[in-house]
Ligand binder design. Structure first.
Ligand code: BES
Ligand code: MN
Ligand code: ZN
Length: 496
């Protein structure tokens, strides 16, 4: 599917589906009004007879006989004017794509939602429309016989030449962001039998291929032993697949002193290990590498986006399996920073792999570390399936990430790294243990990680809820891997 932006008049466009919009109560305006005029007011008249009221997410589809060259018109509701924002546009574009697909429309022409009377900038609108359309179009069809058909051409049309010029940049930004999200979704959706640490290494190489700006370094078991990565190695012990540590570096063309590390949890399948999960809880555990998928998604888009900051993408990949060689509850592991950890539950493996990965990240002496991890079920209990928990040792950095999430349309909420809870991860026989009490599990996991970042400004994102959708979230986020985190990180990097 080609998505483009050009000058034109909606009432004169020949296409299979014409997309226009309406606000709740205030009705049509701008470009949609011109289409209504060309249709002798039929557009408004017909929906007044229907139940359509312009509510956000609702649609009204009309077959057109004469008046305009388009075969069909769909009116997408934008909701109340006072609630209107870029997220509404993203969802409106996504909804229109869904309608186009259900009609098997080949050529779609859409109004540029909200640039005229909605008061949004052409660049932002172009960006979020591309995101909405691309992400709504996404399916994971690798293992399916029946594939869905997408339109050949989705054109955003405006009569204002200035909006076309300003929108071009947004179009590219949207394409880059969507490509990054799609790359992450594909990885998360791939079953554990087809995705191993080695597969994530290949993904990193694929992302870097042909791009002079990205280098990849890989550490195998032998090197990890020399580096003292006892925790990552410990988690991998039960699996026949060897662990890998991957380090990608993006160097911008412009000179910069700023350096950021993006760290992702990369457990390619989490069975729980000897502390085996109940089978129902295991069903979605191919998603346990979603943190690393988000980092890889960022790197898939980074060259095109060209942020003015040096970016390191780091993940320690392993599979968590039970076997005669697996680590046992009660075992003690030594991390790369020499701390000892009593493993009381082998299912709290994410924090173990991250202990070594974060230690490695601090050695790069970055200005900031941001980690993404499907870390705790407790986080999903606290915030539900659609909100990421943010924890941080630095309020300036956490405010920046929260602002980036807001811009990107991803939901995040801060939780405290409560010092008083540190007692919950004290061990009788080692420096710390890998489980807390029954309560506050997302926070004790965050406090555990804090031991491995020294005093470098750091944000921890527990994405256990939003990384994998067990039900449809919105018109552009269906079931399965969501690529959550990619857009927030790209917005953050763009702010340099
Ligand atoms: N990967 C899981 C966390 C998870 C749960 C991710 C649900 C996505 C959805 C993690 O490794 C885990 O098993 N955590 C345990 C920790 C506990 C044993 C301290 C948990 O949350 O139950
Ligand atoms: Mn686990
Ligand atoms: Zn896990």
């Amino acid at each position: 599917m080609d998505i483009s932006l050009r000058k034109g008049y909606l009432s004169k466009e020949k296409c299979d589906l014409l997309v226009v919009n309406a606000f709740e109560e205030s009705g049509v305006g701008g470009a949609t009004e011109s289409v209504d005029l060309a249709l002798d007011g039929k557009l408004v008249k017909f929906w007044k007879e229907d139940a359509f009221k312009g509510k956000q997410g609702s649609t009204n589809l009309l077959r057109v006989g004469s008046g305009i060259p388009a075969k069909r018109v769909v009116v997408v509701g934008l909701g109340k004017k006072e609630d209107f924002n870029l997220e509404v546009v993203r969802q409106a574009a996504a909804t229109s794509l869904k309608v186009a697909k259900s009609l098997e429309a080949k050529h779609v022409v859409s109004v540029m939602h909200g640039v005229g009377n909605g008061g949004l900038s052409a660049r932002d609108v172009a960006r979020v429309m591309v995101e909405g359309v691309r992400l709504a179009d996404y399916t994971f069809a690798k293992y399916k016989k029946d594939k869905t058909v997408s339109p050949k051409l989705f054109e955003i049309v405006t009569k204002n030449g200035r909006h076309v010029r300003n929108g071009e940049k947004g179009l590219d930004e949207g394409e880059a962001e969507a490509a990054g999200v799609v790359f992450a979704r594909d990885l998360v959706n791939t079953p554990g039998m087809d995705l191993h640490p080695e597969t994530l290494v290949e993904a990193a190489r694929k992302v870097a291929k042909g791009k002079g700006s990205i280098r990849v370094r890989v550490y195998d078991r032998e090197k990890l032993e020399k580096m003292g990565a006892g925790c990552l190695l410990g988690v991998a012990k039960g699996s026949v697949h060897e662990p890998k540590m991957v380090h990608m570096v993006y160097t911008p063309k412009v000179k910069t002193k700023k350096k950021v590390c993006l760290v992702g949890k990369a457990v390619t399948f989490d069975s729980g290990g000897l502390s085996l999960k109940p089978s129902q809880y295991m069903e979605t555990m191919k998603c346990d590498m979603a943190g690393s998928a988000a980092v890889l998604g960022v790197f898939a888009a980074i060259d095109q986006m060209a942020p003015k900051v040096e970016v390191h993408g780091i993940f320690g990949a392993a599979e968590n399996m039970p076997s005669g060689e697996a680590i046992r509850p009660g075992d003690v592991l030594t991390a790369m920073n020499k701390m000892t950890i009593e493993v009381l539950n082998t299912d709290a493996e994410g924090r173990l792999t991250l202990a070594d990965t974060l230690t490695y990240a601090t050695k790069q002496k970055p200005d900031a570390i941001i980690d993404l991890a499907t870390l705790t079920g407790a986080c999903v209990v606290a915030l539900g399936e659609e909100i990421t928990a943010l924890m941080s040792n630095n309020s300036e950095l956490s405010q920046k990430i929260l602002a980036s999430a807001e811009e990107a349309g991803e939901k995040m909420w801060e939780m405290p790294l409560e010092k008083n809870y540190k007692k919950l991860i004290k061990s009788e026989i080692a420096d710390i243990k890998n489980t807390g009490s029954r309560w506050g599990g997302a926070i004790t996991a965050g406090l555990f990680l804090q031991n491995f970042v020294n005093d470098i400004p750091w944000v921890h994102l527990d994405i256990a809820g939003p990384a994998f959708a067990e039900r449809v979230v919105d018109p552009y986020t269906g079931k399965g891997g969501t690529g959550h985190g990619v857009r927030t990180l790209l917005h953050y990097l763009r702010s340099f």
